[in-house]
Design a protein. Structure first.
Ligand SMILES: *[C@@H]1O[C@H](CO)[C@@H](O)[C@H](O)[C@H]1NC(C)=O
Ligand SMILES: *[C@@H]1O[C@H](CO)[C@@H](O)[C@H](O)[C@H]1NC(C)=O
Ligand SMILES: *[C@@H]1O[C@H](CO)[C@@H](O)[C@H](O)[C@H]1NC(C)=O
Ligand SMILES: *[C@@H]1O[C@H](CO)[C@@H](O)[C@H](O)[C@H]1NC(C)=O
Length: 515
């Protein structure tokens, strides 16, 4: 594995009889070992093989995503993307030979063949990897997880394996707890009111449509499709959606719908839960008439996120948009950078095929998910996958006149992903004006996020990255733990990105009609 761990002994070692490169980790004290994993239990591991030409994929993605390129919008075919990420035959051979020696036969879980999965008894996993799989308890969440403090990969396999998960990685799922209260919608109204009255009490789909100039007519062009993903057993209810429509979209006479697809055994029915209900009611409520699918993913850990992408990549027709309000602490991937890269490259594949991928930028201001009540963090806490450069990270705003930054909007700079060219000018300009403020608390050369923002609910449209079609937000900051937080400024800032969308201007921009 080409991972370098915070605490690692990257040496040729003989560990429990396995010769090769040993990786050893010391997890945070919150993870307490309970007992060796039962010999009768199994571990399911995902293996990532290096891509044939990942730089080629990145270049192709940027080319089709840049409105100034002749190839703008000419997305890649399934086969073209797979050709970039497929593993080299040598890698396939080396990994399969190694596993076969242990009578382990992997399942190919990605359409390009770059990811494999094995499900093997604990004693066999221990022998294969020179490991000691152990049950740990996360004292913060109470969750138990099976991990090992050490793995050894044979030298002739090492360079052919990008990651093997979950082994030594202690990465906990977190969701962005929405700043919303569940309410009973008001009685059905019969006509649309006008701004500002409709936004004066609550932010609802009708208000957002008006405020961001989104047409209320059905967006019924053929091929339109939208995917919302949910984790942690979240589910939206069709009945709640209908009630929400009666109140907030009296102009729509057809029954609002969404379909539910289960991945990794995700729940498909039940009474609606908050995050999923919010996500569905606002996407279906705003993207009028766009076929919407809720992907309910049963596994909230990193491999569940990857499974959803592989599930989508296997389809011939992809949704035009995938939006997700869940994420991780980027710092949890320290030592598992290769896993974060593969994870991020999975979104690059979706993007290259034409899916716009959106993630929330996180909560708790500059500390994001790394916020805790002790305020003992040594630096600001970036959010993953928001720090992946191949997707659009969305921050939060509040209020309407003026629209200002939501103080809890996650935002900042990656410690893992370098700043992509497409944001260099805007971010450099911000950093120059920021001066030396917060030096040492964030990584000046990292990918900056969020890219854009919206009223702090999930808000979906296709966004091209041009700034002229956005409402620049210049008031507010994202404080945390006594730190003032990054201030908003003219242009891009790490609180609200380039600003909030204006549908009419965006449409003009992408259709070349001039804004
Ligand atoms: C494996 O880990 C357990 C703790 O879960 C420990 O008691 C045991 O000694 C370890 N076994 C070896 C061979 O290191
Ligand atoms: C789309 O909806 C409009 C009504 O808003 C209708 O006039 C038009 O025929 C519809 N087009 C398709 C392709 O269904
Ligand atoms: C994220 O990381 C920080 C810093 O280690 C930690 O304090 C925080 O609890 C983590 N958050 C979650 C949700 O795991
Ligand atoms: C800062 O980010 C870059 C990637 O942009 C990374 O290579 C470097 O290690 C990071 N520095 C620290 C101190 O995390």
């Amino acid at each position: 594995m080409s991972q370098s761990f915070l605490v690692s002994l990257c040496i040729v070692a003989l560990s429990f009889g396995v010769h090769g490169r040993q990786t050893t980790v010391t997890p945070k004290p919150r993870f307490v070992p309970l007992r060796p994993a039962a010999a009768t239990s199994s571990v399911e591991l995902t293996l990532g093989l290096p891509a044939t030409n990942i730089e080629g994929l990145h270049a192709a993605l940027y080319d089709v995503s840049d409105p100034k390129s002749a190839n703008y919008g000419r997305h890649l075919s399934k086969a073209e993307v797979e050709a970039f990420v497929a593993p080299k035959p040598d890698s396939v051979q080396a990994v399969n030979d190694w596993l076969a020696q242990h009578d382990v036969h992997p399942e190919v879980i990605s359409p390009s063949g770059d990811m494999l999965r094995i499900n093997i008894p604990v004693p066999k996993a221990n022998a294969l990897l020179g490991a000691n799989f152990t049950v740990f308890k996360d004292q913060h969440s109470g969750t138990t997880l099976v991990r090992t403090l050490s793995v050894t990969i044979p030298d002739d396999v090492d360079s052919h394996l990008q990651f093997m998960y979950p082994t030594t990685q202690f990465i906990m799922p977190v969701n962005q707890s929405p700043r919303f209260e569940a309410v009973n919608p008001p009685k059905a109204s019969t006509r649309r009111q006008s701004l500002p009255s409709i936004c004066s009490v609550d932010v609802d789909p009708e208000c957002l449509e008006d405020f961001y100039h989104i047409p209320t007519a059905p967006a019924n062009a053929s091929g339109n499709s939208l995917a919302v993903s949910g984790y942690l057993n979240e589910i939206a209810s069709e009945d709640d959606l209908e009630i929400s429509f009666l109140a907030f979209r009296p102009d729509v006479t057809t029954t609002p719908e969404f379909s539910v697809v289960s991945v990794d055994g995700g729940v498909t029915s039940g009474s609606g839960t908050l995050e999923a209900s919010l996500d569905i009611q606002y996407t279906v409520g705003i993207a009028t008439g766009v076929p919407t699918t809720f992907y309910s993913v049963g596994n909230p850990f990193a491999d569940g996120f990857i499974d959803l992408v592989n599930f989508l990549l296997a389809q011939d027709e992809l949704p035009l948009v995938l939006t997700t309000s869940y994420g991780f602490n980027e710092s949890d991937f320290t030592g598992a950078e290769a896993l974060a890269e593969s994870f991020c490259n999975a979104y690059a594949q979706l993007g290259a095929r034409g899916t716009s991928v959106f993630f929330c930028s996180g909560d708790n201001g500059v500390y994001s998910f790394s916020f805790n009540s002790l305020c003992d963090a040594t630096d600001f806490g970036p959010t993953f996958p928001s720090t992946c450069p191949f997707l659009t990270s969305v921050g939060g705003t509040q209020g309407f006149s003026p629209e200002v930054a939501a103080s809890f909007s996650g935002g900042g700079f990656s410690n893992m992903f370098a700043r992509p060219d497409y944001q260099a000018a805007a971010v450099d300009s911000y950093l120059t004006r920021l001066g030396g403020q917060f030096a040492g608390l964030f990584n000046q050369s990292g990918r900056a996020f969020p890219d854009v923002s919206a009223q702090s609910v999930d808000f979906i449209t296709r966004i091209s990255g041009g700034s002229s079609a956005l409402n620049d937000i210049t008031s507010g900051s994202n404080p945390g733990c006594g730190a003032q937080g990054f201030p908003t400024m003219d242009g891009w800032d790490p609180v609200t990105g380039l600003g909030t969308p204006d549908y009419e201007k965006l449409l003009a921009l992408v259709t070349g009609l001039g804004a």
